[in-house]
Design a protein around this ligand. Structure first.
Ligand code: HPA
Length: 285
């Protein structure tokens, strides 16, 4: 149920300002499993564990640090959210979306969302990077359910180009320059936490999905509601259930994401370097 987000965001901004001073950043980055190195690369970093921020829940998942980091990366003011919370941890869609809403409340114009995902067909292989062209929300809910928070955005936000066309073109050109194979596809967001059955993997592929994961869709819906531009990148950590020979486990997912993190970080760095100059967009609340 979407209620009281504006009050929560005002409170969060106040707590952050009191703890580390004002934060104005036009760029936000949400890091998925195994990508904590980006947060470590931030300079002039002012860090706050989620536990110190009201309404933000510490992540309970191994590989997700749960830290708010404001600072500079590649010469730009940035807020990096290292780790996220998930629906399967028992959080509402609203709670899952609050960190990205916080980015919007801090003036972020463009948000880069990363995640680990399973391949829904064998044209994608573990270690591959995939640019999100679109998503299918099968997470069982929507962070905009309930009374609309009008100061955040409209009742019925358009999702036609949820993943910004220009940012996707930039990511593709950076990947080409780096000699990286960057796939593009549709991410299916499920609630988890069980991995899919082989029958579900076959169904999701038939529905038009290329990769499947347990995050991102609520964040992107909330980001688009606030008018943030979104770039989404998945690290393909495994073949979906039934496509490979083995079984799935989270530590393997984390290890593959970790192994691909250098390439993911190089891609992110190139994208950030190639962004036009971005203005911080103060929100009217
Ligand atoms: N399914 C769902 N979520 C995932 C997977 C998967 O195969 N791999 C990484 N996150």
């Amino acid at each position: 149920m979407s209620t009281g987000n504006v009050a929560k965001l005002r409170e969060l901004r106040g707590v952050i300002e009191a703890a580390i001073g004002p934060v104005h950043a036009p760029l936000g980055i949400i890091l998925g499993s195994g990508l904590g190195a980006v947060a470590d690369a931030v300079t002039d970093a002012r860090r706050l564990p989620y536990g110190r921020l009201p309404h933000l829940s510490p992540s309970t998942v191994i590989g997700h640090k749960g830290e708010f980091v404001a600072g500079r990366w590649r010469g730009r003011d940035v807020v990096v959210l290292s780790g996220r919370v998930h629906r399967y941890e028992g959080h509402s869609h609203d709670a899952v979306a609050l960190p990205v809403r916080l980015l919007g409340a801090l003036g972020v114009d463009t948000v880069i969302v990363t995640n680990a995902a399973g391949a829904l067909h064998t044209r994608l292989q573990p270690g591959d990077l995939m640019l999100l062209a679109d998503h299918i929300n099968l997470s069982g809910g929507n962070p905009l359910t309930g009374k609309n928070d009008a100061p955040l955005g409209p009742r019925f936000p358009d999702m036609t180009a949820a993943y910004d066309v220009e940012l996707r073109a930039l990511a593709k050109s950076v990947a080409a320059r780096l000699g990286q194979d960057l796939h593009e596809g549709v991410y299916v967001g499920l609630q988890g936490p069980s991995y899919e059955t082989p029958a579900e993997v076959r169904m999701l592929a038939q529905l038009g999905g290329d990769a499947v994961g347990m995050s991102t869709v609520s964040e992107v819906i909330a980001a688009r509601h606030m008018g943030l531009r979104v770039l989404g990148l998945s690290c393909i950590t495994n073949l979906g259930a039934g496509l490979g020979s083995g079984t799935l486990d989270h530590s393997h997912v984390g290890a593959v994401a970790q192994a691909a993190s250098e390439r993911m970080i190089a891609l992110l760095a190139g994208v950030v370097d190639g962004l036009p100059s971005l203005a911080c967009r103060p929100r009217p609340f």
